[in-house]
Design a protein around this ligand. Structure first.
Ligand SMILES: Cc1cc2nc3c(=O)[nH]c(=O)nc-3n(C[C@H](O)[C@H](O)[C@H](O)COP(=O)(O)OP(=O)(O)OC[C@H]3O[C@@H](n4cnc5c(N)ncnc54)[C@H](O)[C@@H]3O)c2cc1C
Length: 457
């Protein structure tokens, strides 16, 4: 708990209406999108920051008094990355949401950390440009949070993840030092790429106050193809057939039968609920190329035994993106996981997840960006039911063990936060983990930035 005079001194650093200290206001910051059994951890104070200079002042004060500082974008990460187990200060970036520069000729955009991804995408499109990273909730999540989690999304298969679109960053270290990282040019081979180190660091190394983004030309046309399958081994064979054909779709996404039924039950969007699996494949490029791509993809799916294939509208993505919310209606809680394996082991991993969840009596809806080998088992349960909770923990460990045994890893885009912290030692090379801890100490010797996340020090 912060000392009263510390709270009073912090209030002097920023505008008075930007500081929240009432219990009910702080309660809003007790959780993010991780459903957890842990009791809510409230910050002592939440601050709407408005400028880099304010962030600097707060960090200098916090570092001097060893007060934890946790950054918060939209609070949509799935791993408890912006909760406050040690109290302290939450920095809310929703007022640092300005697009500072949009240079269509250089295809770059300079933004503050609180800008919502959808705003970046929409502005880029006005000049026929494209910012591809698309976590399923891109309509609300922020660029600061996406940089800190190195977010991916359905389009990673063709276009990569957030880290591939960051040209430079301005960050503030725990002691208030402002660093400009990267050159802002398309290529940069000068020195260590410290900006890449910030990507995925979950707010534990530095606070991002500005980012310069790379944009690419917007593909002229796009089409969405679906393939329904009577079993998911065939669906995965379909994915592998597409890859063998050397067509390069923007997305190859997946919904299993439980997801199809659950989304249909709540959204009535016309999904074929009698099928075991659905693949959603976006193709893009020149209009004249789409027919050829579509033909090759449909043939690849049919060769794998697709029950039906066809072209659909954007509403299929609305359905796919609703899967987490729909699963949340099956039980009091839902926990979405994030596992990745080499694509050749995908069928085994999906079957494994289903078998493990069945063994422990857990309801699971599996969706995923299967082109990447990435699946999201969404488990609906009651965390207050002790037996169910124990079974969930066992299932989660077994799924992670399986992913590692198959040459994959325990997170591909959601990060570690608090939810995977106890599995990190089994996942990372021992020496590499030690180096990460040394890097953390170098950047943040007093461990004030998002303490207790990713690994214990
Ligand atoms: C329904 C749903 C679907 C999702 N789908 C996907 C998906 O397909 N792919 C994917 O990758 N993720 C997905 N996510 C997770 C989520 O979208 C990403 O983690 C997201 O981009 C986080 O953005 P945010 O603004 O909510 O960040 P927050 O959750 O607020 O914060 C995330 C992390 O960033 C840190 N942070 C925030 N701002 C800053 C800053 N300025 N400087 C330093 N650190 C900062 C926080 O401390 C925290 O560690 C999904 C989440 C939901 C709820």
């Amino acid at each position: 708990m912060l000392l009263k005079n510390n709270v009073e001194n912090i209030k002097k650093l920023v505008k008075n209406d930007n500081v929240l200290t009432a219990l009910e206001e702080r309660y809003c910051y007790a959780q993010d999108s991780l459903n957890t059994k842990e009791k809510p951890h409230l910050p002592d104070i939440a601050i709407f920051v408005e400028s880099a200079a304010e962030v600097q002042k707060i960090l200098i004060f916090a570092n001097k008094h060893k007060i934890p500082v946790v950054c918060r974008g939209a609070g949509t990460n799935m791993v408890g990355a912006c909760t406050c187990p040690q109290g302290g200060i939450v920095l809310n970036f929703s007022k640092m949401n300005k697009i500072l520069d949009f240079n269509a000729e250089n295809m770059t955009m300079r933004v503050e950390p609180g800008v919502v991804l959808d705003d970046i995408k929409k502005l880029a499109e006005t000049e026929n440009l494209f910012y591809p990273p698309d976590p399923s909730n891109y309509k609300v999540s922020t660029i600061g949070g996406s940089i800190a989690q190195s977010s991916g999304g359905a389009m990673s298969f063709k276009y990569g993840t957030t880290k591939d679109y960051i040209l430079s960053l301005t960050v503030i270290l725990a002691d208030g030092t402002l660093l400009k990282l990267g050159a802002g040019t398309i290529k940069d081979a000068v020195g260590y790429h410290l900006n890449q180190l910030i990507m995925g660091s979950e707010g534990t190394l530095a606070v991002v106050v500005e980012a310069e983004l790379k944009l690419i030309p917007k593909p002229e046309a796009k089409r969405t193809i679906v393939g329904y399958f009577d079993n998911f081994d065939s669906a995965i064979e379909g994915v592998n057939n597409i890859v063998k054909e050397r067509v390069f779709p923007a997305t190859i996404d997946f919904m299993d039968n439980n997801s199809l039924r659950t989304v249909e039950q709540f959204s009535h969007c016309g999904l074929q609920t009698d099928k075991e699996a659905l693949l959603i494949i976006d193709i893009d490029g020149f209009e004249t190329s789409l027919d050829t791509q579509q033909d090759r993809i449909e043939k690849s799916l049919q060769k794998a035994g697709a029950a039906s294939t066809g072209v659909v509208g954007e509403e299929i993505w609305t359905a796919r993106r609703a899967s987490f919310a729909a699963t949340a209606q099956l039980a009091p809680d839902v926990v979405s996981d994030d596992i990745i394996v080499p694509r050749t082991s995908l069928a085994q991993m999906i079957n494994g997840c289903k078998n493990i969840c069945n063994k422990y009596g857990l309801q699971v809806c599996i969706v995923g960006h299967v082109g990447d080998g990435n699946i999201h088992p969404q488990i609906a349960l009651n965390l207050e039911n002790d037996d169910e909770f124990k079974n969930y923990i066992k299932a989660k460990s077994e799924m992670y063990e399986m992913a590692l045994a198959l040459g994959g890893t325990i997170s591909s885009e959601h990060g570690v936060g608090i939810s995977k912290i106890s599995y990190i030692e089994n996942t990372l090379d021992e020496q590499a983990l030690e180096y990460m801890k040394q890097i953390k100490k170098l950047f943040d010797p007093n461990n004030i930035l998002n303490p207790g996340k990713i690994f214990k020090i």
